[in-house]
Structures are given as structure tokens and as C-alpha cells.
Design a protein around this ligand. Structure first.
Ligand SMILES: *[C@@H]1O[C@H](CO)[C@@H](O)[C@H](O)[C@H]1NC(C)=O
Ligand SMILES: *[C@@H]1O[C@H](CO)[C@@H](O)[C@H](O)[C@H]1NC(C)=O
Ligand SMILES: *[C@@H]1O[C@H](CO)[C@@H](O)[C@H](O)[C@H]1NC(C)=O
Ligand SMILES: *[C@@H]1O[C@H](CO)[C@@H](O)[C@H](O)[C@H]1NC(C)=O
Ligand SMILES: *[C@@H]1O[C@H](CO)[C@@H](O)[C@H](O)[C@H]1NC(C)=O
Ligand SMILES: *[C@@H]1O[C@H](CO)[C@@H](O)[C@H](O)[C@H]1NC(C)=O
Ligand SMILES: *[C@@H]1O[C@H](CO)[C@@H](O)[C@H](O)[C@H]1NC(C)=O
Ligand SMILES: *[C@@H]1O[C@H](CO)[C@@H](O)[C@H](O)[C@H]1NC(C)=O
Ligand SMILES: *[C@@H]1O[C@H](CO)[C@@H](O)[C@H](O)[C@H]1NC(C)=O
Ligand SMILES: *[C@@H]1O[C@H](CO)[C@@H](O)[C@H](O)[C@H]1NC(C)=O
Ligand SMILES: *[C@@H]1O[C@H](CO)[C@@H](O)[C@H](O)[C@H]1NC(C)=O
Ligand SMILES: *[C@@H]1O[C@H](CO)[C@@H](O)[C@H](O)[C@H]1NC(C)=O
Length: 378
């Protein structure tokens, strides 16, 4: 009898608020998640009153703007928030640490608001999170180490904020990450070589920051990588690792204005590379052995001649080779195959080199831009 009572009491103790409510009324949201949402609202300024319905009824069963819940109740008998979609709502204020209590959240989207303050480390508790979208705000402070533990995270967009400090080494633990967009902040220090563990990574966007140190050769181990953008950082004197020629899926490599030295490595083994921007560095030596649809290598100290081999220049967009020390003749077949081109216009800029003559006819098809006015041959 005593045992039974104890068990009953234990059972009642274990039964959650939600199961108790289930006995009498409809499904309800987990109470700590309701409190978390109220804390989120409390920390925001909402001049357009976009969240004015965040006070009546239950978040999951009445219509709270931007709150989407799982259809089925959890093991606690409660409903749980699945997505917070609060993009472009003129919200200012801060992100509440209580966001870390939305334990089954898969999407957190606050992009294009006016949020200030730092990214709460508690977000690292959201082990189901797949999309963390905070771009286009005024967030500051550094990236919390704890974000590295988001092993389901597919996309981290923090671009266009005012984030400072380094990229945490713990990011090497984001074992599902495909898009790492941290560009247009004030992130500093070395790119962690440990990021070579991110074998799912497709896009690494770190341009317009304050990164320094060297370009880690280890990034060549990322088999899925399509886009690397590191423009406008200061890798003072670093060379482009030759082993980047092993990034076999790479489509776009952009290292504009990065204080790079040395020569351009052999990238000819990358089959689908179509965009190469290495402009405004201190690169020497010759051009790559073939040209790409977009190839921007102006403002270096490149010498030698323009190669006669092309990736598939029927889709030529832009060839900017100005302000180098190129010599020899210009192979006019650069533009000879253009009649059936997909691109409506293209630019070829060869100014301020020491080129001598054009091999073939100088009559690029259509209304193309050919900026070669200051060439010695004109
Ligand atoms: C929920 O509210 C928004 C505006 O607050 C409205 O546009 C939408 O139609 C509502 N949805 C439902 C299902 O009531
Ligand atoms: C709301 O944001 C839009 C851009 O997202 C901006 O054009 C508009 O001025 C803002 N309104 C207020 C009242 O801040
Ligand atoms: C959530 O994160 C904070 C800070 O990272 C940590 O102190 C806390 O223990 C975490 N809470 C849970 C329930 O995991
Ligand atoms: C960015 O943050 C720095 C402090 O880290 C601050 O001085 C600066 O005003 C901020 N810039 C903007 C545009 O908010
Ligand atoms: C990755 O996570 C494990 C624990 O999950 C931790 O011990 C390790 O330090 C993390 N790696 C980095 C580089 O932080
Ligand atoms: C990288 O992955 C390997 C193998 O999964 C693991 O042993 C190592 O600790 C990881 N390194 C970091 C920095 O996470
Ligand atoms: C990023 O910063 C660069 C340099 O300040 C700027 O030219 C570019 O427009 C910015 N990108 C975005 C999307 O704001
Ligand atoms: C960039 O980093 C350097 C140190 O590498 C520091 O001296 C400088 O103040 C930083 N600039 C900005 C704009 O954060
Ligand atoms: C080159 O990058 C530096 C930061 O490393 C930046 O201060 C400068 O404005 C950039 N120059 C151009 C022409 O974009
Ligand atoms: C960057 O490298 C150049 C050339 O090696 C050197 O003149 C300059 O002082 C270096 N700048 C910094 C900040 O180290
Ligand atoms: C590219 O990787 C292969 C092994 O997959 C290796 O044999 C080769 O040396 C690497 N290339 C470079 C330039 O290191
Ligand atoms: C032009 O097209 C012909 C036929 O498709 C091809 O053999 C040749 O390599 C092309 N030339 C260039 C410069 O792309």
C-alpha cells in the first residue's frame, strides 16, 4: 500500500504540466519555451508592433507571428517550437539567452533586423538547430565557442554584422555544416587549420574581415568545397598553397586584396573552376596555364604572356589583366568563339602591360567592352 502511494506520487511528480493539461484541455506549448519566447520579446524593441500577438493564448496553438511548432507533442506531452522566423521585421534590441531553452528548434532566423549586443552562447545548446541566420544586423562581440557544438547545423549566416574576435577552433566540430558565411564583419586572427575537419563544407565566405596569418594548406582536404571567398583581408606575405589545386570541386576562388605574395599555383586540375579573382596582391610569375570565364588578376606583378588555352571562354564574363608586366602578343581567339555566347556582355581589360601585338582580328563580336587603350600596340 505504502509502495503504491509512493509510486503514484512519483508518477504524478514525473507527469509534466503538459500531460496534466492534456487531461483537461487541448495541447499546449512546453512552459519553459513559452517563458523563453516571452523573454525573447522582452529583449527586443518592436517599433512596428510586429510581435503584438505574442501575449495572447498559447504560442503553438494560436497564431504567434514567426513561431512554428512541431506537429506532434514531445515525450513530455508538450508541443515544442520548431522554427523562429523573425526576418526583416524592424526589430532592434538584443537576442535573449533564453533562446537556448527552445530545445527542439531547427531554424532560428533573425536576418535583416537591427539587432545589437552579442550572440548568446546558450544558442550552442540547441542541438537540433539546422539554420542559424543572423546576417544583416548590428551584432557585436565575438563568435561563441559553443556554436561549434551544433552538430546538425547546415548553415551559419552571420555576415554583415560587427562581429570581432577570432573564428573559434571549436567550429571544427560542426560536422554537418555546408555554408559558413562570416563575411563583412571585423573578425581577426588566423583561419583555424582545424576547419579542414568540415568535410561537408561547400561555401567558406570570410571576405571583408580583418583576418591575418597564413592561408591554411589544410583547407585543400575539403572535398565538397565550391566557393572560397577571402577578399579584403591581410594575409601579409602568405602564399597561395599549391595544394589548393586539389580542391577538385572548386568553382570560385576569390582572394582579392589579401596581401598575398609568391606565384599563382597550378590550378589546372580543378575541372569546374570558372571564377578566379587574385587581383590587388603582390603576386609574381606567370598567369595560370589556362584562362577562366571570370579571371581577375589585375594589380599584381605578373609577367610572361597570355596563354592561348581557355576553360570554355564561350561564357567569358570578364578578363582583367591590367596593371601587370605581361608581354608578348594577345591571342585574339579569346573572343573569336563568342558569337553564340550566353553572356550579354564581357570585359577584357589589358591596360598597363607590355603587350606587343594581337594575333588575329581585333573585332570582338557585338557590343563588347575592350579596354586596351593604353596598350603599347594601340
Ligand atoms: C496569423 O497572423 C498573421 C498576421 O499576424 C496573418 O497574416 C496570418 O494570416 C495569420 N494566420 C492564421 C492561420 O491565422
Ligand atoms: C523598417 O525596415 C525597412 C527596411 O527593412 C526600412 O526601409 C524602414 O524604414 C524601417 N522602418 C522603421 C520604422 O524603422
Ligand atoms: C546552456 O548553455 C549554457 C552556456 O553555454 C550552459 O551553462 C548551460 O548549462 C546550458 N544548459 C543546458 C540545459 O544545456
Ligand atoms: C563595431 O564595434 C566596435 C567595437 O567593437 C564599435 O567601436 C563600432 O562603432 C561598431 N560599428 C558599428 C557600425 O556598429
Ligand atoms: C570538439 O568537441 C569536443 C567535444 O564534443 C571537444 O572535446 C573538442 O575540444 C572540440 N574540438 C574543438 C576543436 O574545440
Ligand atoms: C578532426 O576530426 C578527427 C577525426 O574525426 C578528430 O580525431 C579530431 O579530433 C578532429 N579535430 C578537431 C580539431 O576537431
Ligand atoms: C562587404 O564589405 C565590402 C567592403 O566594405 C563592401 O564593398 C560590400 O558591399 C559589403 N557587402 C555587403 C553585402 O554589404
Ligand atoms: C585588424 O587587426 C590588426 C591586428 O592584426 C589590428 O591592429 C587592427 O586594429 C584591426 N583593425 C580593425 C579594423 O579591427
Ligand atoms: C584592402 O583590404 C584592406 C584590409 O585588409 C582594406 O583596408 C582596404 O580598403 C582594401 N582595399 C581595397 C582597394 O579594397
Ligand atoms: C606586410 O608586408 C609588407 C611586405 O613584406 C611589409 O612592407 C609590411 O610592413 C607588412 N605589414 C605588416 C602590417 O606586417
Ligand atoms: C593531391 O592529392 C593527391 C592525393 O589525393 C596527392 O597525391 C597529390 O600530391 C596532391 N596534390 C598536391 C599538389 O599536393
Ligand atoms: C572555339 O571553338 C572550337 C570549336 O568548338 C574549338 O575547337 C576551339 O577550341 C575553340 N576555341 C577557343 C579559344 O575556345
Amino acid at each position: 500500500m505504502k509502495m503504491l502511494q509512493l509510486r503514484t506520487r512519483g508518477c504524478v511528480f514525473l507527469l509534466s504540466y503538459c500531460y496534466l493539461r492534456l487531461l483537461t484541455v487541448a495541447q499546449v506549448t512546453n512552459p519553459s519555451e513559452v517563458n523563453a519566447l516571452l523573454a525573447v520579446k522582452n529583449n527586443l524593441n518592436d517599433p512596428m508592433k510586429r510581435l503584438s500577438n505574442w501575449n495572447k493564448g498559447d504560442p503553438c496553438t494560436t497564431n504567434w507571428t514567426g513561431v512554428f511548432c512541431h506537429d506532434a507533442t514531445g515525450i513530455d506531452g508538450c508541443l515544442h517550437v520548431r522554427e523562429l522566423q523573425l526576418l526583416d521585421l524592424n526589430l532592434s534590441g538584443n537576442l535573449a539567452p533564453e533562446l537556448g531553452q527552445l530545445s527542439q528548434l531547427t531554424i532560428m532566423d533573425f536576418m535583416w533586423n537591427e539587432l545589437t549586443g552579442s550572440i548568446p552562447r546558450e544558442i550552442g545548446n540547441l542541438s537540433s538547430l539546422m539554420l542559424l541566420l543572423l546576417n544583416g544586423n548590428k551584432l557585436s562581440g565575438s563568435l561563441p565557442d559553443e556554436l561549434g557544438y551544433l552538430s546538425k547545423l547546415n548553415r551559419l549566416q552571420v555576415d554583415q554584422n560587427n562581429i570581432s574576435g577570432p573564428i573559434p577552433k571549436s567550429f571544427a566540430n560542426m560536422s554537418s555544416i555546408r555554408h559558413l558565411h562570416l563575411n563583412n564583419n571585423s573578425i581577426s586572427g588566423q583561419i583555424p587549420p582545424e576547419l579542414s575537419n568540415l568535410t561537408t563544407l561547400l561555401h567558406l565566405l570570410l571576405d571583408n574581415n580583418n583576418l591575418s596569418g597564413y592561408l591554411p594548406p589544410e583547407l585543400s582536404k575539403l572535398p565538397a568545397m565550391r566557393i572560397i571567398q577571402l577578399d579584403n583581408n591581410n594575409f601579409n606575405g602568405s602564399e597561395i598553397p599549391a595544394i589548393y589545386g586539389n580542391l577538385s570541386r572548386l568553382a570560385k576562388l576569390s582572394l582579392r586584396n589579401c596581401s598575398l605574395q609568391g606565384s599563382i599555383p597550378d590550378l589546372s586540375s580543378i575541372p569546374n573552376l570558372y571564377y578566379l579573382d587574385l587581383s590587388k596582391n603582390n603576386l609574381r610569375g606567370s598567369l595560370p596555364s589556362k584562362l577562366y570565364d571570370t579571371m581577375i588578376t589585375d594589380g599584381n606583378h605578373l609577367s610572361g604572356s597570355i596563354p592561348g588555352i581557355f576553360s570554355d571562354l564561350r561564357f567569358l564574363q570578364r578578363l582583367s589583366l591590367e596593371n601587370n608586366q605581361l608581354n608578348g602578343s594577345v591571342p585574339a581567339n579569346i573572343w573569336q568563339n563568342m558569337t553564340s555566347t550566353k553572356s550579354s556582355s564581357f570585359t577584357v581589360d589589358l591596360r598597363n602591360n607590355s603587350l606587343s601585338s594581337i594575333l588575329g582580328a581585333l573585332n570582338p563580336p557585338g557590343q563588347r567592352h575592350l579596354k586596351a587603350r593604353r596598350q603599347s600596340y594601340l
